[in-house]
Design a protein around this ligand. Structure first.
Ligand code: ZN
Length: 100
């Protein structure tokens, strides 16, 4: 099983709790079954993202990792095949942008 979170940056965050998140299958059916738990549908502006989740700016799908995401993390959005980089926006929240 491959986490959407890519390479290198796998050690627990400095000062973080190194918590692992248990992901459940939410029935997201746009990717093969074994990857479904790593994605879920975005429910709109009222939806709240967990520390291990980030919204794909391309297809508006929520990408989920087994650990909290951090500024600079690279994630892969399988539904739209985008490589993304996580960054902290002006509001202090995590967002993703397309990596080139
Ligand atoms: Zn996407």
């Amino acid at each position: 099983m491959r986490d959407p979170l890519e390479g290198g940056n796998t050690a627990p965050a400095e000062g973080g709790d190194g918590r692992r998140y248990v992901l459940e299958d939410t029935g997201f059916d746009e990717v093969p079954k074994k990857y479904r738990r790593f994605y879920r549908k975005w429910k709109g502006p009222g939806d709240t993202l967990a520390p291990n989740e980030v919204l794909c700016p391309v297809c508006k799908v929520v990408i989920r990792s087994t650990r909290a995401l951090r500024d600079g993390d690279r994630v892969y959005c399988m539904p739209c095949m985008s490589r993304l980089v996580v960054f902290t926006n002006d509001a202090g929240a995590l967002e993703a942008r397309v990596a080139y």
